[in-house]
Design a protein around this ligand. Sequence first.
Ligand code: ZN
Length: 63
Amino acid sequence: MRRCLYCQHTNPAAASDCDECGMPLPARAEQASEDRQRRFMWFCLGLTLFCVSMFFWLPRSIY
Ligand SMILES: [Zn+2]
Protein backbone atom coordinates (compact mmCIF):
# COMPACT_ATOMS: atom_id res chain seq x y z
CA MET A 1 0.00 0.00 0.00
CA ARG A 2 1.35 3.39 -0.99
CA ARG A 3 -0.23 6.68 -0.02
CA CYS A 4 -0.28 9.55 -2.49
CA LEU A 5 1.54 12.64 -1.19
CA TYR A 6 -0.86 14.96 -2.98
CA CYS A 7 -4.37 13.62 -2.33
CA GLN A 8 -3.67 11.03 0.42
CA HIS A 9 -5.37 8.34 -1.70
CA THR A 10 -4.16 4.83 -0.83
CA ASN A 11 -2.92 3.01 -3.94
CA PRO A 12 -1.93 -0.63 -4.44
CA ALA A 13 1.78 -1.29 -3.94
CA ALA A 14 2.31 -2.09 -7.63
CA ALA A 15 0.92 1.26 -8.83
CA SER A 16 3.45 3.80 -10.07
CA ASP A 17 0.91 6.61 -10.45
CA CYS A 18 -1.91 7.64 -8.15
CA ASP A 19 -5.30 6.17 -9.11
CA GLU A 20 -7.08 9.27 -7.84
CA CYS A 21 -5.10 12.26 -9.13
CA GLY A 22 -2.58 10.65 -11.52
CA MET A 23 0.50 12.09 -9.82
CA PRO A 24 3.56 9.78 -9.79
CA LEU A 25 4.03 8.00 -6.49
CA PRO A 26 7.40 8.30 -4.74
CA ALA A 27 9.48 5.14 -5.03
CA ARG A 28 9.95 3.32 -1.73
CA ALA A 29 8.93 6.37 0.29
CA GLU A 30 7.06 4.26 2.83
CA GLN A 31 10.04 1.98 3.36
CA ALA A 32 12.40 4.95 3.79
CA SER A 33 10.16 6.61 6.36
CA GLU A 34 9.86 3.31 8.24
CA ASP A 35 13.65 3.05 8.36
CA ARG A 36 13.87 6.63 9.59
CA GLN A 37 11.26 5.98 12.27
CA ARG A 38 13.12 2.87 13.44
CA ARG A 39 16.43 4.77 13.58
CA PHE A 40 14.74 7.59 15.52
CA MET A 41 13.24 5.05 17.94
CA TRP A 42 16.67 3.49 18.60
CA PHE A 43 18.15 6.97 19.04
CA CYS A 44 15.51 7.79 21.66
CA LEU A 45 16.06 4.45 23.38
CA GLY A 46 19.82 5.03 23.49
CA LEU A 47 19.35 8.55 24.82
CA THR A 48 17.02 7.26 27.54
CA LEU A 49 19.51 4.56 28.54
CA PHE A 50 22.27 7.17 28.60
CA CYS A 51 20.22 9.46 30.85
CA VAL A 52 19.34 6.60 33.23
CA SER A 53 22.96 5.46 33.45
CA MET A 54 24.10 9.05 34.08
CA PHE A 55 21.44 9.41 36.77
CA PHE A 56 22.85 6.45 38.69
CA TRP A 57 26.50 6.99 37.81
CA LEU A 58 26.91 10.68 38.61
CA PRO A 59 27.40 11.55 42.30
CA ARG A 60 24.32 12.80 44.07
CA SER A 61 24.32 16.29 45.50
CA ILE A 62 24.49 16.40 49.28
CA TYR A 63 21.64 17.96 51.21
ZN1 ZN B 1 -3.18 11.23 -5.62
